[in-house]
Ligand binder design. Structure first.
Ligand SMILES: [Cu+2]
Length: 210
C-alpha cells in the first residue's frame, strides 16, 4: 500500500513536459518538438556522443573531471540529440545554459547520469549565432574542468577555462613571500651547495693525485 502512495506523490514530477527521471538518470527540459522563436522548421538532425569522467581529465594538468570534447559546432535550428555517457562512479551532468526561456524554462537543458551508464535527450537549438555554456553543476566539477561550449552558427565567442582549449579568466598565481627566514634558508642552501661542490672537487683531486 505504501508503495502506491509513494508512486502517486511521484506521478506529477514524472509527467511534467520535457522531464524524465528514474533511479539512474534525469532529463530536464527535453524538447524534440517545439520550435524556438525564429526557427521556421527543424533544419536537420544531429547526434553527438559526449563522454564524461576522470579519464578524460588525465591529459590536462591540474584538471580532475572533464568531457571527452570541449567544443561542439551545430547549425541553427538543428534538433540535437545528446547521448551522454558517464564513465565515473559519481554523478555527472551535461547542462546547457542561456537558451531562450520561452522554450526552455530558466534557459536550461540538462541530462544527468548518477553513475556508470548513459542517457539520451534532444533539444532544438535557436537560430542565433551564439556560444552556449555546457557544464556539470555538481559542486566543484566545473571548477575542476567539466566545462565546454556549444557553438551555434559558429558561436559569438570562446568561453574561458576550457581544458586544453582556452586560457582561464583568472589564472592561478603562486607568488613567493620573501621573509627573513626564507632569505636565510636560501643563503644557507647556496653556501651549503657551494661547499659540497668544493669538497667533492678537493676529494676528487686528492684521489687522482695519488
Ligand atoms: Cu560532474
Amino acid at each position: 500500500m505504501k508503495h502506491w502512495i509513494f508512486l502517486l506523490l511521484l506521478f506529477p514530477i514524472l509527467t511534467v513536459a520535457g522531464h524524465r527521471m528514474d533511479m539512474d538518470s534525469m532529463v530536464m527540459n527535453e524538447n524534440p518538438m517545439n520550435l524556438p522563436e525564429g526557427c521556421g522548421k527543424i533544419a536537420g538532425d544531429k547526434t553527438i556522443i559526449v563522454k564524461a569522467g576522470r579519464e578524460f581529465a588525465k591529459k590536462f594538468p591540474g584538471v580532475v573531471f572533464a568531457y571527452d570534447q570541449q567544443s561542439w559546432e551545430v547549425s541553427p535550428c538543428t534538433r540535437l540529440t545528446v547521448r551522454f555517457i558517464n564513465k565515473d562512479h559519481i554523478r555527472h551532468q551535461f547542462m546547457v545554459h542561456g537558451l531562450p526561456e520561452k522554450t526552455y524554462p530558466e534557459g536550461m537543458f540538462t541530462i544527468e547520469v548518477s553513475g556508470p551508464g548513459e542517457e539520451s535527450a534532444s533539444l532544438i537549438l535557436p537560430p542565433a549565432k551564439k556560444t552556449y555554456l555546457v557544464h556539470c553543476d555538481i559542486a566543484q566539477h566545473t571548477e575542476h574542468g567539466m566545462k565546454a561550449q556549444l557553438k551555434v552558427a559558429g558561436g559569438d565567442k570562446d568561453l574561458a577555462s576550457l581544458p586544453g582549449l582556452t586560457k582561464p579568466a583568472r589564472p592561478d598565481t603562486y607568488p613567493t613571500r620573501w621573509t627573513a627566514s626564507s632569505v636565510i634558508l636560501l643563503l644557507a642552501a647556496l653556501i651549503g651547495g657551494g661547499l659540497l661542490v668544493w669538497l667533492l672537487r678537493w676529494f676528487w683531486q686528492s684521489m687522482i693525485s695519488e
